[in-house]
Write a protein of this length. Structure first.
Lengths: 355, 740
């Protein structure tokens, strides 16, 4: 395998009046797994399809391995793709599907068969060569789709929401396998999903997209702990957005007054005065005895098995919180106290409201 | 990777062969008999190069030079873009030069007056173009396409570029050119002089628009006749079709299989069989007339001839088409919505009136318009049963073949008929465009269709069952008629008519085909069998381009492919005579024109069947193939075609059967050498020779049933675990089936 780096330079894609991707630039290092994450219609799939050559950009340049491939047709790019629907050819057997790319590019049948079998073994699928796709389970179809893309040893491998047709249990297993494969073969992988947990689990880096543009990019932890704006904060997990007042800053941190609390938080460049703060649900500590700075009333309580979800009325706003104290549930209407943990509370620097 | 210039070199070689090896002009006895080989140097059969050198036809020289320029561009080292530009220029210049010389120089020299007036006379002209010319113009088209692909149009895919250019060129030559030619003819007088003043007279003549019949007395104009007939026929057919469709889907009616039989009948029935059967039952010496005369002494005479007869025949013929359209619509109404209405306390009448019927409204309009178009295009029934009741299609026919021989009048009537048909067609397209109602997308549409309310059910039965019985009786009569001596006079059973038509004798030297019908039957079968695969190939190719490729002018392309469906057969027939009776394309009287006519008339069915099937194949399959390195042609061949098998079969069967049963267009195009089965039958009917005509019809129906069964059995269907569209409904849903 010869993993290649990817670069988008000011790429725009318009469909008539609609701009699907607006002046997007980013780079993806060779041998890394980068996820394009965002709600539906944000442009992430369009970026993937431009990378594959299935769409051509309206403006801008796309480089793969340092080479300008902007106008090159899909069939001539060294890129493979695993489709959301898998797109397995229903009239061909597993082996015929996997060797298709090799046969089309003129390889001898014996060599194609050998390589196809080897790749099927790589994805852990042996002995099903003669089956039709309709005779396979969802997870097996997924593996065939991956093998079919891998067999060409592409310099870039694309995944378009590959797990969305699987049930929750299988989804976790397959995403671990994809990550494992990528690490083992040192592939450059671009992965599209709208599932934040899936993105965080598999990615080296995540590019969060919103309305045709990049909202923020970075490592999973960076995005969760230092979201640049309210959209990213909200998309990377649940966030309670409350108003605070920023005072006494130094180089990195500032004091933020939040109702009765005064917390020392990274200010991330936010100016003094009113600011917006995101509080992760797990940062909220509920004290049934009410012995805490902030008084609260339980408005809703839901039992989810491994944890409880609460909606709390407080003087600083309605807060959504979780608790692992499943054995001591709180009743609706109970008066409790709320404290905040040291992590999971962040200042959102960009308050120019994106939505 | 092979040399990317390979296709270019192959097509240049084909062009060169067309220019220097094979005859440039059409050969009297066909180019594939190779009689020309011995006379290769002569004026009639020399290739273009020899024509220039030894026969003084220097106007062919630019074509050779342009071809040579393309060859130079292929071999000299050029940038990709520069080569592409040269190829586009050469292809376009070649096209222009090719058609310019073809239209400017006719059999006797300059064929355009203003050229003849300004230029010195030519020593000799040229006949119609032949194989050499065809090869060279194809090569020009390929140069142009490869150039476009080289510049990155059509995503740089040469196959897609060539497909779009090729199909466009074929439609331009064989659909648009004849239609334009008919428009021009309407502006000329019988001597060929340009007399636009004659057009209003021709278009608004009293014979066309007169309203004499309203006040009683004389006849109404044929335009009114056509429209009134079409409205009545469409209304009746749609009502009957709806009744059948409701019975088939929303009742416990036990014999639903019979309804499916009803659906297949019009596809295999030559269009005038019903009319013929009606004559046998209600005609002057028909069963009903004789029975009534015998019992109560009434003399009914010729009462069946006229509007009533044509209407009854057309309603018989087109109700199945309305049924096919409506059954899709009725099935498409989501049971979920009806169930939702029921849970909201609506009784079955309210569900039907408030939910089902409004949802079917676009489908009803569609069925109405399709039967309307079928009716105005119909030729067989009006010519058999019309009597003094003339419609546009028959009037056109009599203008061309009758004593009148007035091509200008035929052309003007053709334009009128074309306008009616196109108008209805455009309304229908516009309505299909907004058919947002029907809801087949339905994941989770597992509900059951609501049963009809009792009163409505009885009404449907009351309408449909007598009609179905009558249909069965008519068909039975049509088949029986071939086995009696003389219908109306002598009902002695006999095989005489079959022997007369299809007799075979064994002699010492082998089989002797003594029957009178064998000639036309073989011609029909052979030419239909040639036309069917071509129709299917062009149709599926066009469908692939339309469904799977984005390119500028896609909507115009789609309109062009579907246009020929809206052109009534009589109009196409007249247009083909006018367009192809003189060089540069002189093919009237040949087998070629019959094949071409059928290919382009039936192509829309292939396009619709292909597009319907392709819309069921997820686009990501093509994309997966593309990403894995396959270009357009490989993807079409290895991924789409195997999955399109049912659509391919449907297109093959339809184009074959429709070609076999077509009448209105071929009646203008047949010759003594190439006679069509349907025109032979019509001639027998006109001569009063009903026995042979009916025997022949029966043989055709049986033959076509056998062919359909055989093709189905041969091609088979591959199960893929996903539902494939059955052939009985593919394509026909929007187009309707019978060849009028």
């Amino acid at each position: 395998m010869k993993a290649a780096a990817i670069e988008f330079r000011n790429v725009t894609k318009r469909y008539g009046q609609v701009t699907a991707v607006a002046d997007v630039s980013f780079t993806i290092g060779a041998g890394t797994l980068v996820t394009l994450l965002g709600p539906s219609g944000c442009g992430k799939t369009t970026i993937l399809r431009m990378l594959a050559g299935l769409e051509l950009p309206s403006a801008g340049t796309i480089l793969i391995g340092g080479e300008d491939v902007t106008a090159r047709p899909a069939a001539l790019r060294d890129v493979s793709m695993v489709f959301q629907s898998y797109a397995l050819f229903p009239h061909m057997t597993v082996l015929e599907n996997v060797r298709y790319g090799l046969v089309v590019s003129g390889k001898a049948k014996s060599e194609a068969d050998e390589r196809a079998r080897a790749t099927l073994a790589t994805v852990g699928l042996t002995g099903l060569d003669a089956r039709l796709p309709s005779e396979l389970s969802g997870g097996q179809q997924q593996r065939v789709a991956v093998a079919r893309a891998l067999v060409l040893e592409p310099s870039v491998l694309l995944f378009d929401e590959p797990l969305s047709n699987l049930d929750a249990r299988l989804r976790r297993q397959m995403r671990e396998e994809i990550r494992d494969l990528q690490q083992r073969l040192r592939l450059t992988v671009v992965y599209v999903t709208h599932d934040q947990a899936e993105a965080m689990a598999v990615s080296d880096r995540i590019i969060v997209m919103d309305r045709a543009a990049i909202a923020q990019e970075g490592a999973p932890r960076e995005l969760y702990e230092q979201p640049r704006d309210a959209f990213v904060a909200g998309f990377m997990g649940d966030a309670n957005r409350v108003r605070g007042v920023l005072t006494r800053r130094d180089a990195a941190r500032a004091d933020v007054r939040l109702g009765p609390f005064t917390l020392s938080l990274p200010h991330a460049g936010a100016p003094d005065g009113d600011c917006e703060v995101a509080i992760r649900p797990e940062a909220i500590e509920i004290r049934a005895d009410g012995n805490a700075p902030l008084a609260a009333t339980v408005r809703k309580a839901s039992y989810l098995g491994q944890l409880m979800e609460y909606t709390l009325d407080t003087p600083i706003g309605v807060l959504f919180a979780i608790s692992i104290a499943v054995d001591r549930p709180l009743a609706v209407g109970a008066s409790v106290g709320v404290a905040l943990a040291n992590h999971g509370v962040v200042v959102i620097p960009d308050t120019t409201q994106r939505r | 990777m092979t040399d990317p210039r390979r296709p270019l070199l192959i097509w240049l070689a084909a062009g060169a062969a067309g220019f220097v090896l094979v005859p440039w002009y059409a050969q009297q006895d066909g180019v594939f008999t190779f009689g020309w080989v011995a006379h290769i140097a002569e004026r009639e059969s020399a290739p273009a190069l020899l024509q220039i050198i030894s026969h003084g036809r220097g106007w062919l020289a630019p074509l050779g030079l342009i071809l040579a320029a393309g060859a130079v561009a292929a071999v000299v080292p050029l940038g990709r873009r520069a080569r592409a530009n040269v190829l586009i220029a050469a292809g376009a210049a070649g096209f222009v030069a090719f058609f310019a010389q073809g239209f400017a120089i006719g059999p006797t020299g300059w064929s355009l007056e203003w050229l003849a007036a300004r230029l010195p006379p030519l020593p000799l002209g040229q006949p119609g173009m032949g194989l050499g010319a065809a090869l060279v113009v194809t090569a020009f088209g390929m140069l142009f396409s490869l150039g476009l692909a080289g510049r990155g149009s059509f995503r740089g895919d040469p196959f897609v570029a060539a497909g779009v250019v090729g199909v466009t060129a074929l439609i331009a030559v064989f659909t648009f050119f004849p239609v334009v030619r008919i428009l021009v003819s309407a502006l000329q007088d019988s001597a060929g002089l340009f007399t636009p003043a004659a057009l209003p007279d021709r278009l608004f003549a009293a014979k066309i628009w007169g309203l004499g019949c309203v006040g009683g007395g004389t006849h109404c104009g044929v335009a009114w006749n056509t429209l009134v007939l079409a409205f009545l026929c469409a209304a009746a057919s749609t009502t009957l079709g709806l009744a059948f469709a409701l019975i088939a889907t929303r009742t416990d009616f036990a014999r639903k299989g019979l309804l499916r039989v009803l659906a297949i009948l019009p596809i295999i029935t030559p269009p005038f069989v019903i009319g013929l059967a009606l004559i046998l039952v209600f005609g002057r010496s028909g069963l009903v007339n004789q029975l009534l005369e015998h019992l109560v002494g009434w003399q009914l005479g010729r009462w069946i001839y006229g509007l009533q007869g044509v209407l009854v025949a057309q309603v018989f013929a087109f109700t199945p088409i309305a049924f096919l359209v409506l059954i899709g619509v009725v099935e498409g109404v989501s049971p979920g919505m009806e169930e939702a209405a029921q849970t909201l306390r609506a009784d079955r009448w309210r569900v039907f009136a408030d939910i089902s019927l409004p949802l079917m409204r676009p489908g009803l309009a569609n069925a109405f318009l399709i039967t309307f178009i079928e009716s105005i295009a119909d030729f067989g029934n009006p010519i058999l049963l019309g009597g003094n009741f003339g419609v546009l299609s028959t009037e056109i026919f009599f203008s061309v073949v009758g004593a009148q021989l007035d091509q200008g009048r035929a052309a003007a009537l053709g334009i009128l008929l074309l306008l009616f048909a196109l108008g209805a067609f455009l309304v229908q397209r516009a309505m299909l465009g907004r058919k947002a109602y029907t809801s087949l997308a339905g994941k989770g549409d597992a509900g059951l269709p609501t049963r009809l309310p009792d009163g409505l059910r009885r009404l449907c039965y009351a309408i449909a069952i007598p009609w179905a019985l009558l249909t069965a009786a008519i068909y039975a009569m049509a088949l029986a008629g071939g086995f009696v001596e003389t219908w109306g006079r002598d009902y002695t059973p006999t095989l005489r008519h079959y022997v007369q038509a299809f007799g075979i004798e064994w002699t010492g030297h082998g089989v002797l085909w003594t029957g009178a019908a064998w000639g036309s039957l073989w011609t029909t079968v052979k030419l239909s069998a040639i036309a069917a695969p071509i129709t299917a190939a062009i149709g599926i190719l066009a469908a692939y381009l339309l469904a799977r490729q984005e390119f500028a002018g896609r909507n115009a392309f789609e309109f062009g492919t579907l246009l020929s469906f809206a052109i009534p057969g009589t109009v196409i027939g007249v247009a083909y005579i006018l367009a192809f009776n003189v060089p540069p394309i002189e093919i009237t009287g040949t087998a070629l024109i019959l094949v071409v006519c059928n290919v382009f008339r039936n192509m829309p069915v292939g396009v619709r069947a292909g597009m319907a099937a392709m819309s069921q194949i997820d686009r990501s399959l093509d994309e997966a193939s593309t990403v894995l390195g396959a270009r357009g042609f490989t993807t079409l061949r290895t991924v789409l075609l195997p999955l399109l098998k049912p659509a391919v079969v449907a297109a093959l069967v339809y184009s074959f059967v429709r070609a076999m049963t077509t009448l209105s267009a071929v009646i203008f195009l047949v010759s003594a050498e190439y006679e069509w089965a349907t025109t032979y039958i019509i001639n027998r009917v006109v001569n009063g020779d009903y026995g042979v005509a009916i025997a022949y019809c029966s043989v055709l129906i049986v033959l076509m049933l056998a062919v359909i069964a055989a093709i189905q059995w041969l091609v088979g269907e591959r199960r893929l675990g996903r539902r494939a569209p059955g052939f009985a409904s593919a394509g026909i849903d929007e187009l309707g089936g019978s060849a009028a």
